[in-house]
Ligand binder design. Structure first.
Ligand code: EPZ
Length: 418
């Protein structure tokens, strides 16, 4: 087990460079097996979720060549084996192998995926999509056997604009016969990035980034080169940290449009920002922050993945703020720990009410999931004194070189094995 120690209350300044997006990478790596040649993907973040997916590729006898931030994936001699429960449970995104293997081999066998415990996280919409394409699904305990004689294009309406279901159906449909239309598709930038990757291989996908995606199936997918988009959630997390304890704190190599909803909220709170074409700088704080209300929503709404770090910022705003979580049932697990640090937050149903500002003081806390962990890092950097965060493996799943990046801007943060 690893723990982080943070000596907080310091002013941070300098530049943080944003890495490739985790939630695009975790779909691009399984998607790469669809090529009949090889796929090169660059700007891959070095996070443990990337390692876990590469382990699955190697288990399936896919050739994987990783060099610094790029990866070459060659599935020419791969075998379609059952993905073990241990591999399936390592992360949520293992479920993208279902769509990719179904598309390539017309059969996928794996177990219910793992990932952060932020809700029940059913995969019924993924399965309904595969069924609509002609697959049959057998569930034996928590093992899923998905197979089809032939995949045929279909019209699929998603009851919820699910990111995972949209991508998984796209992965299976690129090699189905005929045309698939996904209605009420999710519109997140990661979906556009995955569709671009598949199109670079020769797929025929139009409409990614809108709520209707049309896919004309093809027989072959060829060699391609692709770049992962910058991580909007990593960028948003550091922008929030900058608003909490930064001055001339630049978050660089990002796409500001991807965090428009966050920027609007920060402006509403009077955070002093400079927004460039590929960066956001948090300037000197020149006004007390105002309280605000936020409701999470699918893209381009306020991202659930930033809700937890944003709650920390609201502890420093003057007045009563409300955070309404609409995507995940269990995404306030950071709140008791924020209260231990000195925050004044009450949760009722799916809404947290934050009374601010409150002084935060270092103590011992536990990272219960990835973004809860990021929120605790933000709080610990703000708090005076020392905070110890345990279970930081969750954080390392999604934030590349977090210790180095924060140390470079003046944070006192260390990580050690216990
Ligand atoms: C993706 O999860 C992200 N994960 C999550 O990021 C993110 O919070 C989420 O999208 C929403 O933006 C990855 O990309 C790997 P959904 P996903 O399917 O695809 C319900 C992070 O911290 N639903 O869009 O699993 C579901 O329960 C993480 O980086 C069904 O009911 O999310 C939820 O309420 C955590 N049935 C809602 O839809 C289904 O079949 C949205 O889920 C699928 C989803």
């Amino acid at each position: 087990m690893k723990l982080m120690e943070i000596d907080g209350g310091r002013e941070l300044s300098g530049t943080i460079r944003i890495s490739g997006a985790k939630n695009a990478t975790v779909a691009l790596i399984p998607a790469a097996i669809l090529t009949d040649d090889e796929a090169t993907i660059c700007n891959i973040p070095e996070i443990t979720d990337t390692d876990a997916l590469c382990d699955i590729l190697e288990f399936l006898k896919v050739k994987v060549n990783r060099a610094s931030e790029s990866i070459v994936i060659d599935p020419k001699f791969m075998e379609n084996a059952e993905i073990t429960e241990e591999f399936s449970k390592k992360l949520r995104a293992s479920y993208y192998f279902m769509g990719a293997l179904l598309g390539k081999f017309k059969k996928a066998v794996m177990y219910f995926p793992g990932g952060c415990s932020i809700g029940a996280r059913p995969i019924d919409l993924h399965l309904k999509g595969f069924e609509a394409l002609g697959a049959t699904i057998k569930i034996e305990k928590n093992k899923y056997i998905v197979e089809a004689e032939e995949l045929k294009g279909a019209n699929i309406y998603l009851d919820i604009a699910s990111v995972g279901a949209t991508i998984n159906i796209m992965l299976a449909a690129v090699k189905a016969k005929g045309k698939t239309v996904i209605d009420n598709a999710a519109k997140e930038p990661e979906i556009v990035n995955v569709a671009t990757f598949l199109n670079n291989m020769g797929a025929k996908i139009v409409g990614a980034g809108t709520s209707t995606i049309k896919i004309e199936g093809v027989d072959h997918l060829s060699k391609c080169f692709h770049e992962v988009i910058p991580d909007r959630i990593e960028a948003g997390t550091y922008i929030i940290i900058g608003a909490l304890c930064g001055k001339n704190f630049k978050v660089d190599n990002m796409i500001p449009e991807h965090v428009d909803s966050l920027i609007s909220k920060l402006e509403e709170m009077d955070v002093n920002l400079e927004i460039g074409s590929d960066y956001v700088t948090i300037l000197e704080k020149n006004k007390p922050y105002k309280a605000t209300n936020v409701k999470t929503a699918v893209y381009p709404g306020f991202p659930t993945d930033l809700q937890q770090p944003f709650t920390v910022l609201l502890t420093q705003a003057h007045g009563k703020s409300k955070v309404n979580e609409t995507i995940w049932e269990n995404r306030f697990m950071h709140v008791p720990y924020l209260n231990n640090l000195g925050a004044n937050i009450i949760i009722q149903n799916q809404t947290a009410t934050i009374l601010g500002p409150t002084d935060l003081k270092g103590t011992s806390v536990v990272a219960t999931d990835l973004r809860a962990g990021a929120a605790l890092v933000a709080a610990a950097l703000t708090a005076t004194g020392k905070t110890t965060i345990t279970n930081v493996e969750h954080i390392l799943r999604g934030y590349e070189q977090i210790i180095e990046k924060l140390t470079n801007v003046g944070a006192k943060i260390t990580i050690k094995e216990i």
